[in-house]
Design a protein around this ligand. Structure first.
Ligand SMILES: Cc1ncc(COP(=O)(O)O)c(C=O)c1O
Length: 423
């Protein structure tokens, strides 16, 4: 099916480490090479068409090349795509974010989520004058030098050579409040903050319980550390705004990305005024201030206008109710199709199938996911790619967009039934 992809990927391997620029984009024997994308479809260089559930690392909630975003970005191209100066598009996007994300009393932009979480950690350390940051076992916040630890099983190790700050990062188990608090207590007085995804994304699409998040928030604030929520996946995914304000949470810093850039590169640091003011170069001397945000392409007019066009559409709850229904039905039907072999985690439009083994009956954290059969999940995804023209990045969670429909749920469930019968 993919001879042209094979040739192009062989060329890519000569040029790029592992043939890719992001490790997770490689899958065996070689990934197809994309030619174009529109609506729910990705098209490869051999003209195979795939219904896409990866949706640009889940950033494309309206689908590929959504017409409203396309129109606005095309207009913007004519006015210039890179100013490197203050621009109106930024003010307009920030007003939209601030109107629905109360913690965003002040905002700074970067070009990736990785930078946003890196800046959040730096700011927490600058504000508290403490060093230790706690993250979650399996928590993924990008390739930041600070947080590239305990991402994969057994959640005790650094993920990369070349890091320098490992001893100042500790890790706690998701949805296990008692054990997490025990670990946090061991830090004594040096806890600068905790950074958590309200839904553990890359590590298995697992919602946190409200009690867990409230408990962690309470503890960290009592210790004068900062409670940071990484809503890079969850922000604007389930509602016009973040998840935290539906859970009675009061974070000090929230990071956003993906959807708020309308599919263009973005990372956002949002925080309360008194916290963000520590980055203020006018009121703080060098030794007391943190540099956060910025970069050549930060707040570029293309990203800003694409984000604003996306948020304009998301103001109308129609998209959310549509994709929630698609996700809810999918979770129910895939669970039924596999008749006890799987647990399908997620929330609303995000979902992930876990092939259970090792007597797993519930999935509450990354440790539970690590006991499931990830090889079988990858085979399921790979088979759908080849047999059904359905694309998941093998082994990763899926996302519905406004471009999907009930028909896609049916194709997916039919594929699940076939896979369940054959294996
Ligand atoms: C929760 C979370 N935080 C941070 C990041 C990093 O964002 P980026 O890939 O834009 O650097 C990701 C990326 O998937 C993510 O899922």
């Amino acid at each position: 099916m993919t001879p042209k992809s094979a040739v192009l990927f062989a060329r890519s391997k000569k040029l790029h480490v592992n043939g890719v620029s992001h490790n997770i984009r490689f899958f065996s024997p070689y990934p197809f090479v994309t030619k174009s994308a529109k609506g729910k479809y990705l098209v490869d260089v051999d003209s195979n068409k795939y219904v896409d559930f990866w949706m640009g690392h889940w950033s494309l909630i309206l689908g590929h090349a959504a017409k409203q975003v396309l129109a606005k970005t095309k207009e913007q191209l004519g006015r210039g795509w890179m100013y490197g100066t203050v621009n109106k598009n930024t003010v307009e996007l920030s007003e939209k974010i601030q109107s629905v994300v109360p913690v965003a009393e002040k905002i700074r932009y970067a070009s990736t989520g990785t930078e946003a979480t890196m800046y959040a950690v730096r700011l927490a350390r600058a504000v508290t004058k403490k060093k230790i940051i706690a993250k979650i076992d399996g928590g993924w916040h990008g390739y930041t030098t600070d947080l590239l630890k305990t991402v994969n099983w057994p959640f005790t190790q650094t993920e990369s050579a070349g890091l320098t700050d490992e001893e100042h990062i500790i890790s706690i188990p998701y949805n296990n409040l008692e054990e997490s608090i025990e670990i946090l207590k061991s830090v004594k007085n040096d806890l600068a903050g905790v950074i958590i995804e309200p839904i553990l994304g890359g590590a298995g699409c697992i919602p946190a319980t409200k009690d867990y998040l409230v408990g962690i928030q309470e503890f960290v604030k009592k210790k004068n550390g900062l409670f940071m929520l990484d809503e890079i996946v969850t922000g604007f995914r389930f509602r016009n705004g973040c998840l935290y304000n539906t859970m009675g949470l009061d974070p000090d810093i929230v990071t956003l990305g993906k959807i708020v850039g309308g599919g263009f590169p973005i990372g956002v640091i949002c925080g309360r005024d008194e916290i963000m003011d520590h980055a203020n170069t006018q009121s703080h001397q060098r030794k007391n201030r943190a540099y956060i945000g910025g970069g050549t392409f930060s707040a570029n007019p293309m990203t800003m206008i694409a984000g604003a066009a996306t948020l304009d559409i998301l103001k109308n709850a129609r998209t959310y109710s549509k994709i929630k229904k698609l996700g809810d039905t999918t979770r129910k039907k895939i669970t039924k199709a596999f008749d006890g072999q799987v647990i399908v985690t997620g929330k609303d439009s995000l979902f992930m199938t876990h092939f259970v083994k090792n007597e797993i009956t519930e999935i509450n954290n990354a440790q539970d996911v690590a006991k499931c059969d990830s090889t079988r999940l990858q085979r399921f995804h790979f088979e759908m790619m080849v047999e059904d023209g359905i694309f998941f990045l093998p082994g990763k969670l899926g996302a519905f967009s406004d471009a999907h429909s009930e028909a896609d749920v049916k194709t997916l469930v039919d594929a699940a039934e076939r896979f369940s019968e054959n294996k």
